[in-house]
Design a protein around this ligand. Structure first.
Ligand code: NAD
Ligand code: MG
Length: 380
């Protein structure tokens, strides 16, 4: 029997994690947390019987306490609630399915409490990878990637000597706007950006996939997870999303993981690693597929990917600036306050205005996030 806790159980990754739990008889849920969807969280509490649940606002926590008064579950709120879920004694694995930098503190709390981390929340590694990875080593916990590309790389590295990696080939679908040029990109609306060709995901990451900022964040995530240098990571567009990523070794051999696009595979792999379990769903039919195609990303149009490489090259607090500026810009775009390409303009402006802190501690990362938000509020 395995016991898990989930940060962000009502989102796309969170609900799919619970589907994996539902389909397997030997996983238990110790604690759940959600932002504000207390109706769904209540249903999840009734089905999975966690001992602890957390929501963001105390007002929602009060309503939830009344709704589940017949059950032996404790309901908490705020950062205190997130951290309590992260350290919940019974759980061995913490699934970080929360979106954004708010995941940093609870992830660190989970590591300190000795939990293996099934990590979907890439923003945490992007901004605090230099703190998280050594901390995981110090506490002897595993960081198990849930992001499909990173799971593919992780699977491709099974049994291999990591010092023999020549490069990582990080695949990208290219998103809904692949092939478009700048003038057209400028006119894209929220509805257009939310229509991803292959994956159904949360709103923020879906917009990130349309800007290719998601791929930039994944480059940073890969650097921390696999300890490679920036010039060892190459982004390859593979529009059918069949090859989830590849590793080229020093002898020229390329090992890849392929499959139909289904996030339950990487989620389940992280929960059962190094074992594999049966997973219902479509299988690849190569003859029907016919071909898989490849191209370079268009970084002159989708400049967010170029800015990500630049932020990573600068290092220190610059990836935090890149990420925080993007988080705020995407939320403004989703609120129809700015246009699609303004997301890039905001990231650019924030990066240009920032003096890099070489190796920021947690306080400096959170201060940098705050000052980025203030700068955006004053100018946009
Ligand atoms: P989502 O928006 O669908 O879900 C986010 C979850 O976080 C929800 O449960 C929400 O309630 C919770 N949350 C948000 N703000 C919160 C707060 N202040 N306090 C507590 N909980 C809060 O997002 P998602 O698509 O599931 O993505 C989650 C993470 O996984 C992101 O970092 C994303 O980049 C990553 N990821 C997602 C996918 C995918 O297929 N969806 C794939 C790879 C990586
Ligand atoms: Mg991904």
């Amino acid at each position: 029997m395995k016991t898990i806790s989930i940060l962000g159980s009502t989102g796309s990754i969170g609900t799919q994690t619970l589907e994996v739990v539902r389909e397997n008889q030997d996983i238990r849920v110790a604690a759940l947390s959600a932002g504000s969807n207390i109706r769904l969280l209540e249903q999840q509490i009734r089905e999975f019987h966690p001992q602890l649940a957390a929501v963001w606002s105390e007002e929602d926590a009060k309503s939830l306490r009344i709704a589940v008064a017949d059950l032996p579950v404790q309901v908490m709120s705020g950062m205190e609630g997130l951290e309590a879920v992260a350290v919940c004694e019974e759980a061995e694995i913490l699934v970080t399915a929360i979106v954004g930098m708010i995941g940093i503190r609870p992830t660190m709390a989970g590591i300190r409490a000795g939990k293996d981390i099934a990590l979907a929340n890439k923003e945490t590694l992007v901004t605090a990878g230099h703190l998280i990875m050594p901390m995981a080593e110090e506490y002897g916990v595993k960081i198990l990637p849930v992001d499909s590309e990173h799971s593919a790389i992780f699977q491709s590295l099974n049994g291999e000597n990591r010092s023999r990696i020549h490069k990582i080939l990080l695949t990208a679908s290219g998103g809904p706007f692949r092939g478009k040029k700048w003038e057209e990109l400028k006119t894209m609306r929220v509805e257009d950006a939310l229509r991803h060709p292959n994956w159904s995901m949360g709103r923020k990451i879906t917009v990130d996939s349309a800007t290719l900022v998601n791929k930039g964040l994944e480059v940073m995530e890969a650097k921390w997870l696999f300890g490679v240098e920036l010039d060892q990571i190459q982004v390859v567009v593979q529009p059918q999303s069949i090859i989830h990523s590849m590793v080229e070794f020093v002898d020229g051999a390329v090992i890849a993981q392929l499959g139909t696009p289904d996030m339950k595979l990487p989620i389940q792999y992280a929960l059962y690693y190094p074992d594999r379990r049966y997973l219902p769903g479509d299988r690849l039919d190569f003859a029907k597929l016919g071909s898989i195609t490849f191209e370079d990303p268009d970084t002159e149009t989708f400049v967010g990917l170029k800015y990500a490489f630049e932020a990573l090259r600068c290092g220190g607090s610059m990836p935090t600036v890149f990420n925080a500026a993007n988080e705020r810009a995407v939320s403004k775009f989703l609120n129809h306050e700015i246009g699609f390409t303004d997301i890039y303009a905001i990231i650019r402006e924030c990066m240009d205005g920032h003096r890099v802190i070489p190796s920021p501690d947690l306080g400096q990362i959170l201060d940098t996030e705050q000052s980025v938000y203030e700068m955006i509020e004053s100018r946009w």
